[in-house]
Design a protein around this ligand. Sequence first.
Ligand SMILES: Cc1cc2nc3c(=O)[nH]c(=O)nc-3n(C[C@H](O)[C@H](O)[C@H](O)COP(=O)(O)OP(=O)(O)OC[C@H]3O[C@@H](n4cnc5c(N)ncnc54)[C@H](O)[C@@H]3O)c2cc1C
Length: 284
Amino acid sequence: MVVEKNAPLQPCNTFGIAARAQTLVRIHASSDVLAVLADPQLAPAPKFVLGGGSNIILTGDVKPVVLKMEIKGLRLVEETPKAWIVEAGAGEAWHDCVAWTLANGFPGLENLALIPGTVGASPVQNIGAYGVELQDRFESLDAIDLATGQSFTLDAAQCGFGYRDSVFKHGAPSDALDANGLPRGMGLQGRAVITHVRFHLPKPWKPVLGYVDLERRMADEGVQQPTAQQIFNWICEIRRAKLPEPAVVGNAGSFFKNPTVSPDQCADIIAREPRIVHYPMPDG
Ligand SMILES: Cc1cc2nc3c(=O)[nH]c(=O)nc-3n(C[C@H](O)[C@H](O)[C@H](O)COP(=O)(O)OP(=O)(O)OC[C@H]3O[C@@H](n4cnc5c(N)ncnc54)[C@H](O)[C@@H]3O)c2cc1C
C-alpha cells in the first residue's frame, strides 16, 4: 500500500482540474483495499474511489481518502464452445483492455473502443457506445465492501444494469427506486470498490453494425463483412473525429443521455420526424 499526502490530482482527471487529495492510496491489489480498512487512521475516514477521472468534475481539494485504482492484469479465464471469458484488473485502461482482447483473438468489445477511463469504472455507468453496452459482454465482477471489508462477486442481474446505470450509482435501497417507484435492490454507491471485471465474449463472433457512421464506413471502403479489428479501427477514427482527445483538450465526453420515451411518444415523434434515430428498449 502506497500512501501519498497532499497528492496532485491534475494528472488524474480528464478535465485537468488542479486539485489535491489530502490522502491518496494507490491500490495495486485487493489486499491494498483490505490494508486501508485495517489501518487505524485510514479505516474510519470517508473514501473516494478514483479510476481514470474521465467521468468526474473536481470542485476543489478532495478530503476523503482517494483510492486510486491501479490493479493490473488481463487474462483469459476460460474458453467454452460458446464464449471466451476474459478477466481484467480494475486499474487497466479500458481501451487497452479492448485492444488486448482483439490482439489475443477474443473479439466482442470492439464497439467500445476508445472510451476513456478504467475497467473498474466500466460497470458503474454500464458504459456503452455504437450499439454495445457493457452489460452485453459482462460476466461478473469482484468487489470489496468498504463498510465491512467483505469481498463479493456480482453477476449482471445483481449489478442492476440499466441505460448508463447500475447499483453502483444508487444509495441504500430506501432511496433507490426504479421508474415504478419500487426499490432497485442493493444500492452500492460509494460503498463498493470494484477490483476485477470479467467479460463474456460470445462465440461465434458477430459484428454489431447498424450505426450510421459504421454503415457509411463500410460503404466508403466497400466492405460488407468487416472484421472485429476493422470495426475497432473505424470506431477509433470516428471517435477521434468527433471528440477532442482529453489529453489535449480537457473534457468529460458527452454530458447527455438519450431520452427514453414510451412507444406512443416514439410513434408521435417518428410521425413528425420520420428520419429520427431511435432504438427499442428491452422492456418496450
Ligand atoms: C472524451 C470522453 C468520451 C467518453 N465517451 C463515453 C462513451 O462513449 N460511453 C460511455 O459510456 N462513457 C463515455 N465517457 C465517460 C467515461 O469514459 C466513462 O464513464 C468511464 O467508465 C469512466 O471511467 P473512469 O475510470 O475515468 O472513472 P472515474 O471518472 O474515475 O470515476 C467515475 C465514477 O466511478 C467510480 N469508480 C471508478 N472506479 C471504480 C471502481 N474500481 N470501483 C467502484 N467505483 C469506481 C468513481 O468513484 C466515480 O463515481 C467518455 C468520457 C470522455 C472524457
